[in-house]
Design a protein around this ligand. Structure first.
Ligand SMILES: *Cc1c(COP(=O)(O)O)cnc(C)c1O
Length: 365
């Protein structure tokens, strides 16, 4: 049932779209993940029929059987990317093929079906076609796009489901830092890890996120906005944050980031930063980095900047790394120079203010 022909989408337009006035009110102050566009994409899958029933329909609650495997065994994956409005009104995605391929890798790990790359792209194109007016157009705003897939077979037995569904929803997003980019403190969790060797760390799945919520609460209690996880085996090496990758900048101007060991999510932003840094002639070292050398490096000045990266905030400067018996960096540390200049270059490419030498941008409207 793996036909190579692309899926055709049936479109059912909502008869209850938000009024232009209500939509404008939302777009003036969208926040993050609070409001959703008028439509969503659904594609069904079954072992016998393959992918079928591709459609765009009014946004609304799902009818999910209570015995669906996703509700019991967390057979679920997702993606996150943004649509950016350029000065001339056109709408663009940033490296969506990478999200499509990553979703296929996540699917393979979670024993879910792989959606062909062209169908992934087309599903987003179709949604933007009906909901393009939801892409905000000022400052660092965007339409956040959330493709996801669930196992929805009615069966409590433990095996890969034979029925699944893929969805795309979209949510207008305001600037992540409305008052200007501000460095954050991060909390090293030493009691909890996010992903172990051979686990699902490299897959974008809900289960990894539920495992990160308790340590995230611990981070908040300690005045930190994000949690930093160490490797599960030795508890010694930096891995990543709950939903962001990590970079350090050395005083010689080189960048350092944890290598992809299999328990780290391969961020599209991470990869883009490595590329842009190398374009500038900077050395980028991907290797195992100990917490100890990081704390020492921040104390001696060997490490001069630290930042986290991901689609939502692009680049977030890190002021301090805290934890049980850990305190590194300065509370009032300003955002690093390289941190901010790479952030600017990347967002300038995304918003069409700079040429796009790597053909990362894909026009969708
Ligand atoms: C999504 C995600 C990232 C960032 O990936 P981007 O493609 O840059 O958005 C990093 N870590 C985790 C755990 C993630 O889920």
């Amino acid at each position: 049932m793996n036909s190579s022909a692309a899926l055709a989408f049936e479109i059912t337009e909502s008869t209850q779209r938000q009024s232009e006035q209500d939509r404008q009110k939302i777009l003036d102050n969208p926040g993050f993940g609070l409001h959703f566009t008028d439509h969503m994409v659904v594609i069904d899958w079954s072992l016998t029929k393959g992918w079928h029933g591709a459609r765009v329909q009014p946004y609304g609650p799902l009818l999910v059987d209570p015995a669906s495997s996703v509700l019991h065994y967390a057979q679920e994956i997702f993606e996150g990317l943004k649509a950016y409005r350029h000065q001339d009104g056109s709408i663009w995605l940033f490296r969506p093929q990478d999200n499509a391929r990553r979703m296929q890798r996540s699917a393979a790990r979670l024993a879910l079906p792989e959606l062909p790359e062209e169908d992934f792209l087309q599903s987003i194109r179709e949604l933007i076609k009906v909901d393009h007016m939801w892409v905000p157009g000022s400052g660092e705003t965007s339409l956040y796009i959330r493709p996801f897939m669930i196992a929805n077979e009615r069966f409590l037995g433990v095996r890969a489901a034979q029925h699944a569904a893929y969805y795309v929803i979209a949510s207008p997003a305001g600037a992540y830092f409305p008052k200007g980019v501000a460095p954050v403190n991060i909390w090293v969790s030493q009691a909890h890890t996010r992903a172990g060797r051979g686990g699902t760390g490299a897959a974008k799945c809900g289960g990894n996120y539920s495992a990160s919520l308790l340590p995230q609460q611990e981070a908040s209690r300690n005045g930190c906005s994000q949690v930093l996880f160490l490797d599960a085996q030795e508890g010694k090496y930096l891995e990543e944050l709950g939903g962001m990758n990590l970079f350090l900048v050395r005083k010689d101007g080189s960048l350092l980031t944890p290598s992809l060991t299999g328990s780290i999510l391969e961020g599209v932003t991470r990869d883009s930063i490595i590329t842009l840094a190398k374009d500038r002639g900077r050395a980028v070292e991907e290797r195992k980095i100990t917490l100890e050398e990081t704390v020492n490096g921040l104390a001696t000045g060997e490490i001069v900047e630290a930042f986290a990266c991901g689609t939502a905030a692009v680049i977030t400067p890190i002021a301090m790394i805290k934890g049980d018996g850990v305190s590194a960096g300065r509370e009032d540390a300003p955002a690093g120079e390289l941190t901010m200049s790479i952030r600017k270059e990347l967002t300038d490419i995304q918003y069409g203010r700079l040429p796009d030498p790597h053909q990362w941008m894909v026009k969708v409207h």
